[in-house]
Design a protein around this ligand. Structure first.
Ligand code: IDP
Ligand code: MG
Length: 137
């Protein structure tokens, strides 16, 4: 079993899409190992996305990520990291495959409804950024 870290971003929570997205999570065989609702502070969002700090969209992205509540998730499945990224689809919903979460729900390339870790190293960092081991069941 592999773990990955996911976020239902403010645009998804605001549009009442939590249930619809979690239905896809569970029906695709992921176990929800940890879940909580949070309102990120700007420093928390900046720390989470520090790898993007030189990118032109960093300011806007971190503002967006603390513009409303999010759902933080630890997901478990075989090859969870790749499987969750496949289920989310491409970063830009205009380039996302049919049937993916971002194709079906994202507003645009920034407000793209979900986050998913892109490597085992980043998954470990991102999980530990928000959850203690005792909260992951
Ligand atoms: P990912 O979420 O698919 O891994 P990343 O390249 O890691 O994509 O970018 C992190 C997040 O930053 C994206 O999910 C999206 O919300 C935002 N983002 C990425 N590229 C752009 C862009 O060109 N303009 C605005 N926001 C962007
Ligand atoms: Mg990424």
């Amino acid at each position: 079993m592999e773990r990955t870290f996911a976020i239902l971003k403010p645009d998804a929570v605001e549009r009442n899409l939590i249930g619809k997205i979690l239905e896809r999570v569970e029906s695709n065989g992921f176990k929800i190992a940890a879940m909580k609702k949070a309102l990120l502070t700007k420093p928390q969002a900046e720390g989470f996305y520090y790898v993007h700090k030189e990118r032109p969209f960093f300011g806007s992205l971190t503002e967006f990520m603390c513009s409303g509540p999010v759902i933080l998730l630890v997901l478990e499945k075989e090859n969870a990291i790749t499987a969750w990224r496949d289920l989310m689809g491409a970063t830009n919903p205009e380039e996302a495959d049919e049937g993916t979460i971002r194709k079906d729900f994202a507003v645009n390339i920034e407000k793209n409804s979900t986050h998913g870790s892109d490597s085992a190293e980043n998954a470990a960092f991102e999980i530990s950024y928000f959850f203690s081991e005792l909260e992951i069941l």
